[in-house]
Design a protein around this ligand. Structure first.
Ligand code: CDP
Length: 248
């Protein structure tokens, strides 16, 4: 049959395939120190096959570089050169450096995070990650303090993960005790309370739950219970994501 005849028999035109990029799903996971948000966000991203960004590592990297340069993390003029270095060298490898997780870097991170130029300097990387997650996967999970309120206010789903300060201090103490034998549970609790105050009391992007966030109190939950609870919410509020979940 000739091409002309084919055209007569089947006049229905097939739509041209479009190559418009598919919109990525964004899940925001915010919460205070040691609330379990990092573990939860990472497991969630793994199961959904999404990219994961620990945004705290960005502030930690700036804090670490400031300390390495001998600067004071509360002083804008000392932090600026460190911020410039980090912005030029932002890679997943840099953010995975275990030195960023030390106790003094945690303290310094919450100080640099108060500075307006630091927050402004890190917004672009986070938004770009959410919009175009590496690996061209279907979505991104970002954890931090201001993801649902400032970085991705239009996120498809927002979690605010909490636990009592005492429980958070117990978790952080367990995590740090072998590396820092001089640390006491009381000191960890004191540091956590101080950091909470700095994070939620600051003018720019205070660590607060977005109005539309699902609050998850993990005080009496282990990590797999928290994940189960989060997935129940994902299934009810974001079925597109849960349908694509990798069953592990
Ligand atoms: O793991 P942990 O919750 O202790 O800390 P983190 O998430 O690594 O964040 C370290 C510090 O960075 C926090 O105390 C905040 O001051 C700051 N931060 C922020 O201001 N905004 C974010 N999106 C993430 C972290």
């Amino acid at each position: 049959m000739s091409a002309m005849a084919m055209k007569k028999i089947n006049p229905v035109q097939q739509p041209e395939p479009t190559h418009a990029p598919q919109r990525k799903i964004v899940i925001a996971v915010d919460g205070p120190a040691a609330s379990g948000k990092g573990t939860l966000a990472k497991k969630m991203a793994d199961r959904l096959g999404y990219a994961y960004l620990d945004t705290g590592a960005l502030y930690r990297a700036v804090a670490f570089a400031t300390l390495e340069l001998g600067g004071d993390p509360s002083k804008s003029e000392d932090v600026k050169p460190a911020l410039a270095i980090i912005r030029r060298n932002l890679t997943p490898e840099l953010l995975a450096n275990p030195a960023l997780r030390s106790h003094n870097v945690s303290e310094a991170a919450s100080k640099v995070a108060v500075l307006a130029e630091v927050r402004a300097g890190l917004v672009g990387y986070q938004r770009e990650f959410a919009k175009n997650p590496p690996g061209n996967v279907g979505g991104a999970v970002l954890d931090g303090r201001d993801i649902g309120t400032v970085i991705c206010p239009d996120a498809d789903l927002k979690f605010f993960v909490t636990a009592t300060p005492e429980e958070r201090a117990r978790r952080r103490f367990d995590e740090l005790k072998t590396r820092y034998p001089e640390l006491t549970p009381e000191k960890v609790l004191q540091d956590i309370l101080q950091r909470d105050q700095r994070d939620s009391g600051r003018k720019m992007a205070p660590a607060l739950a977005a109005d539309d966030a699902c609050v998850l109190d993990t005080t009496r939950m282990n990590p797999s219970e928290a994940l189960q609870e989060a997935f129940a919410l994902i299934r009810s509020k974001l079925p597109v994501a849960s349908n694509a979940a990798v069953h592990k």
